[in-house]
Design a protein around this ligand. Structure first.
Ligand SMILES: Cc1cc2nc3c(=O)[nH]c(=O)nc-3n(C[C@H](O)[C@H](O)[C@H](O)COP(=O)(O)OP(=O)(O)OC[C@H]3O[C@@H](n4cnc5c(N)ncnc54)[C@H](O)[C@@H]3O)c2cc1C
Length: 489
């Protein structure tokens, strides 16, 4: 008889795990508390506008290809990818922005025009970044974080210095122009920590940015969720939405069942793709591997204040992705990581999917997504949300030289309290536990419970870390460990 696996949650990591486990021959059921699947990558459709609720940057296309190839498929079997050109714009002032083009040669040209000599420096920096990408993303991140020895290879031995220097210092040694520095520091923000707390080795994120480019699934990131759902269904996975897991039942130190909306469902094995901290609260105290003190002492990725906005006209002077770095980058980072507080002058990010995808808004209109990164655990009130919307929309109008406030026909916010309520997110983190040196690989919470047999974890609080590509990899890693236990492969 097939072994029965219950998976908690339906984010990218859980979806990936469900595909691998079904392919290995288990009976797989996925239980999602919300009404739709996709976790933080859910989709919001309102009044003719469509928004990806979370991720919007499709980076590292090779990781998606590798995922689908494991099932003899290609991403193009399910969705169409568009390479964005420019990849994004970074705004510094009124009509003052840098466009990051879709190929390295043009980006080098842009750098050289801003700081003489920086073109050659960027070329060399990217050579190193590409080599780090080959080591990290093509190999190291596919190791399960079981032992420190996983990180010891011939290649990493040659780069050991890069683990003990930070990327901010490294970039500042080479480049002097503050704008170029900020652009080069931006990609590691996806790892959830300050550039000054992120090892130089993580320049592989710069290769992901400038080397591999920014892509957009034709009708949004949710295309990938749909693709994975189709694949999982083809493989026999059964999805249950509106299915809140209230408890994981442990008998003889072994996970035996989950309680879903008050009903016990037995399983041979439980995998949780929900936030790790929350999953442990579903266990009686003696079965939890990590204390509250442990979680409280970790560096978490930021929370965010998000706005999904429908405009009744086309917005001018924008690109699909836009970063607003016209205020003090360092001060905002301090407000997130060092002295948690609402930033006086926030950096923000906006995307306009309807620039690329005409189905994202009614004809002649625009859908906009605005994001302010915030400290996890921060106070969240309606008044604060509105105050900050006014702040950024005023700046947006000034920097892009147009009025848009009176053209808003739809607006919905999402902030820390929603992250907690919707996803059981620890302190309302938006994208998990940061990848600092001391929270990397074997130093992260384990894929396999240290206390409960047949209980496994996947997702952005465990290995390898935050982001959609790592979530796909996390699903594969946990499945490999389970196969090792049950199939002895
Ligand atoms: C605003 C935002 C922007 C981002 N931008 C990008 C980006 O541009 N590019 C990128 O690569 N990454 C980005 N990320 C990060 C990326 O989205 C995440 O790292 C990834 O989607 C996390 O997947 P996951 O499977 O670990 O968790 P989740 O997506 O959080 O999935 C966990 C699931 O578990 C469910 N759950 C929780 N508790 C229970 C319970 N008790 N019972 C049943 N179900 C439960 C939740 O509802 C959720 O569906 C962004 C994230 C956010 C929030």
């Amino acid at each position: 008889m097939k072994k029965k696996i219950s998976i908690i949650g339906s984010g990218f990591s859980a979806l990936a795990a469900s595909c691998y486990l079904a392919k290995s021959g288990y009976e797989v059921n996925v239980y999602e508390k919300n009404a739709t699947i996709g976790g933080r990558a859910r989709q919001l459709k309102r009044e003719g506008f469509t928004f990806d609720m979370g991720p919007s940057w499709y980076w590292m296309p090779d990781v998606f290809e590798r995922f689908f190839a494991d099932f003899d498929k290609k991403p193009s079997d399910y969705y169409e990818l568009i390479k964005l050109t420019p990849a994004y714009r970074v705004y510094y002032g009124i009509d003052d922005f840098i466009a990051i083009e879709d190929n390295l040669a043009d980006i080098i040209f842009t750098f050289e025009a801003i700081e003489k000599g920086s073109g050659k420096l960027l070329h060399d920096f990217m050579d190193e970044a590409r080599s780090n990408y080959d080591i990290a993303i093509k190999d190291l991140v596919y190791r399960p974080g079981v032992s420190p020895l996983e990180l010891v290879t011939l290649e990493t031995a040659k780069k050991v210095g890069q683990f003990f220097c930070n990327i901010s210092k490294d970039i500042r040694k080479k480049f002097k122009n503050e704008r170029l520095i900020q652009i080069l520091e931006f990609p590691v923000l996806f790892l959830g920590a300050k550039p000054s707390d992120t090892p130089s080795f993580y320049s592989f994120m710069n290769y992901a940015d400038f080397g591999l480019g920014t892509w957009h699934p034709k009708t949004g990131m949710f295309d990938v969720v749909r693709a994975m759902e189709s694949l999982a269904t083809e493989l026999g996975v059964i999805f249950h939405v509106n299915s809140n897991i209230e408890k994981i039942i442990v008998e003889n130190k072994t996970a035996k069942a989950i309680v879903v909306n008050g009903q016990r469902i037995d399983a041979d094995l439980v995998v949780s793709g929900a936030d790790y901290h929350h999953t442990e609260t579903l266990l009686d105290k003696q079965h939890r591997a990590y204390s509250e003190q442990y979680w409280n002492s970790r560096v978490f990725a930021p929370s965010s204040l998000l706005f999904y906005v429908g405009f009744d006209k086309k917005i001018e002077n924008i690109s699909h992705h836009a970063l607003f770095f016209d205020v003090d980058f360092k001060q905002h980072a301090t407000d997130i990581y060092d002295i948690p507080q609402w930033p006086a002058e926030p950096l923000f990010y906006a995307n306009f999917p309807s620039v690329t995808d005409h189905t994202a808004a009614p004809e002649g209109m625009e859908s906009g997504f605005f994001l302010i990164p915030l400290a996890p655990g921060i106070e969240d009130t309606k008044a604060l949300r509105e105050k900050y919307f006014d702040k950024i929309i005023d700046r947006f109008e000034r920097l892009t030289q147009q009025s848009v406030k009176n053209n808003i026909v739809f607006k919905q916010s999402f902030c820390k309290n929603d992250f907690v309520e919707n996803y059981n997110s620890y302190k309302g983190n938006a994208y998990g536990m940061a990848n600092t040196l001391w929270q990397t690989a074997f130093l992260r919470p384990k894929l396999k419970s240290k206390k409960v047999n047949n209980l496994y974890f996947t997702g952005q609080l465990t290995v390898p870390g935050p982001g959609v590509p790592p979530a796909l990899i996390s699903g594969k890693l946990v499945s490999n460990l389970i196969d090792k236990q049950f199939l002895k492969v």
